[in-house]
Design a protein around this ligand. Sequence first.
Ligand code: COA
Length: 260
Amino acid sequence: MPYQNLLLNINESIAVVTINRPEKLNALNSKTIDELRNVFTEINKNENISVVILTGSGEKAFVAGADISELNKLDTISAKAFSENGQEVFNLIENLNKPVIAAVNGFALGGGCELALACHIRVASENARFGQPEVNLGIIPGYGGTQRLAGLINSGRAMEYILTGDMIDANEAFRIGLVNRVFPKEELIAKATEMANKIASKAGNAVRLALKAVNISGEVTTKEGQAYEASLFALCCGTEDFKEGTTAFLEKRKPVFKNK
Ligand code: COA
């Protein structure tokens, strides 16, 4: 499916989705949000894709937020639908049946920071800048940021960033656990691809079930989460890849996974 504001590049089992409105610093207008819904729905169904990398086009931005020219026209009724629509698309990404790595290559502000937060892993270039500057516009984050940021870093820090609108540079983002790794700008996509290939080389069912197990933490009690973990662990043990992985270890050879 052709996209106006996205690029989709599939190389072997790695898909790279690039938000492509560099002249507007990849700001998320409603067309781009619709296209994100479509591309991630397509990727979810595509069994040949194991891992997704999400990035922004151009030199400056991952995504500089929701499109402020559209925000400016919202009223209370349309704003609720606007927020719920974005939340739905970001939940689709979070609940995808394959890992999504955000390769944050510049500004990740407002909805851009929230988009990175909805991904499973975040890596950043040295010039990346994160922030939730919505208070400067008279609003609060509306694409899940109040919940996900507080969950990922701590609620005190999330509160500071959301109340002050201050930007966080890549080193600070690394220090507080907002991103996993920071790379020189020119190495970012290669490093993200290296990580994606490493994940793609593992037993696919184990990767998918691990995503589900980790995703549910924070949403249920520890007891419920552990019961779910035990069920998913048991499912893994019914796969051919489990037999192969454990047998290969005992035979002192590398496993050859068939994703079954
Ligand atoms: N929505 C709509 N347009 C945006 C945008 C957004 N969130 N962020 C940037 N743009 C547009 C600018 O209006 C400008 O368009 P123009 O050339 O037609 O005037 C273009 O992208 C380049 O941005 P500019 O502001 O000139 O770049 P800069 O390097 O001087 O500043 C930022 C970069 C990110 C600091 C600045 O663009 C900014 O503050 N953006 C808004 C961030 C924000 O509040 N996001 C949260 C929204 S909820």
